[in-house]
Design a protein around this ligand. Structure first.
Ligand code: ADP
Length: 227
C-alpha cells in the first residue's frame, strides 16, 4: 500500500519537485507512472523509499508511517520493496545466481532458504540456463531480468520498476511488462515508471501522469491487448 496525503517536496536549493500530491495505491494493484523528464517521477520514488523525506504531508508505505520512521527502521521499510533500477546495478564479478543471492545473504537469510528461493526466482524470469553466467555475458534484456529476479527474491510487497525498459530494445520491453504483470497476478503490487506511451496504450490499466510536480491524470484505461 502506498498512500500520499497532500505531499510536497522541495529540494534544498528551493526547486519544487512535487506539490500537494494525493495518491492511493492499494495492495495488489499495477500502475504505470508516466510524465516528461523533470516531472517529479524520481522524486516520488525516492520519497516512497525514504531516500527523501516529504517537506509537507503524510506518506504511508506498506504499513510504515514515513514521517515517524526512525532512521534505524528504514531498512525494515526497504525490505518490503523490491526496486528494479534503470541501469540494472548488477555486480559484474558475481554470477547471475550470486547477484540474486546477494540480497538474501545481506539480510542473513537461512542457507536452506537461499538454496531453494534463488533458483526459483531465476527460473521465474526465464534464466535457469544462465544462472552461472556473468552479467557482461548477457544481453540487455537478460540483465534486466536478473535485476528483476534480484528485486523479487525477498518476496517484497511492492515492486518499483524505474524505467525498466529504458536500456533494452523496444520489443523486449513488452516482455518485461508481461513478466511484471505475472508477478502482479501473484499478489505483488507493481509501480512502473515509463516513458513508453506505446506500452501504456497496449497494456492499459491504471495510469498516473505527473506533470511539473502534480498528478494531472490518474485513471484506469482499457488496453489494446484486451481488445
Ligand atoms: P523525473 O524523474 O520525472 O525526471 P525528478 O523527480 O528527477 O523528475 O525532478 C523533479 C524536479 O526536481 C525537476 O525540476 C528537477 O530538476 C528537480 N530536481 C531533481 N533532483 C534534484 C536535486 N537533487 N536538487 C535540486 N533539484 C532537483
Amino acid at each position: 500500500m502506498v498512500e500520499f496525503k497532500n505531499v510536497s517536496y522541495t529540494y534544498p536549493n528551493g526547486q519544487h519537485a512535487l506539490s500537494k500530491v494525493n495518491l492511493d495505491i492499494s495492495d495488489g494493484e499495477f500502475a504505470f507512472v508516466v510524465g516528461a523528464s523533470g516531472a517529479g517521477k524520481s522524486t516520488l520514488i525516492k520519497l516512497i523509499l525514504r531516500e527523501l523525506t516529504a517537506t509537507q504531508g503524510d506518506i504511508h508505505v506498506n504499513g510504515f508511517d514515513l514521517n515517524k520512521l526512525k532512521p534505524r527502521k528504514v531498512p525494515d521499510l526497504r525490505r518490503t520493496i523490491g526496486v528494479v533500477f534503470q541501469d540494472f546495478r548488477l555486480i559484474p564479478n558475481l554470477t547471475v545466481y550470486d547477484n540474486v543471492a546477494f540480497a538474501l545473504r545481506a539480510i542473513d537469510a537461512p542457507m536452506k532458504y537461499i538454496r531453494s528461493r534463488v533458483p526459483y526466482v531465476i527460473s521465474l524470469v526465464g534464466l535457469a540456463q544462465k544462472a552461472k553466467s556473468y552479467p557482461n555475458d548477457l544481453s540487455g534484456g537478460e540483465q534486466q531480468r536478473v535485476a528483476l529476479a534480484r528485486a523479487l527474491v525477498n518476496d517484497p510487497q511492492l515492486i518499483i520498476a524505474d524505467e525498466p525498459t529504458g536500456n533494452v530494445d523496444p520489443a523486449r520491453s513488452f516482455e518485461i511488462v508481461d513478466l511484471l504483470k505475472g508477478i502482479n497476478a501473484c499478489g505483488t503490487t507493481v509501480l512502473m515508471v515509463t516513458h513508453q506511451h506505446d506500452l501504456v496504450r497496449y497494456f492499459g490499466g491504471r495510469i498516473i501522469n505527473i506533470n511539473t510536480g502534480e498528478i494531472v491524470f490518474d485513471e484506469v484505461i482499457g488496453g489494446a491487448d484486451e481488445a
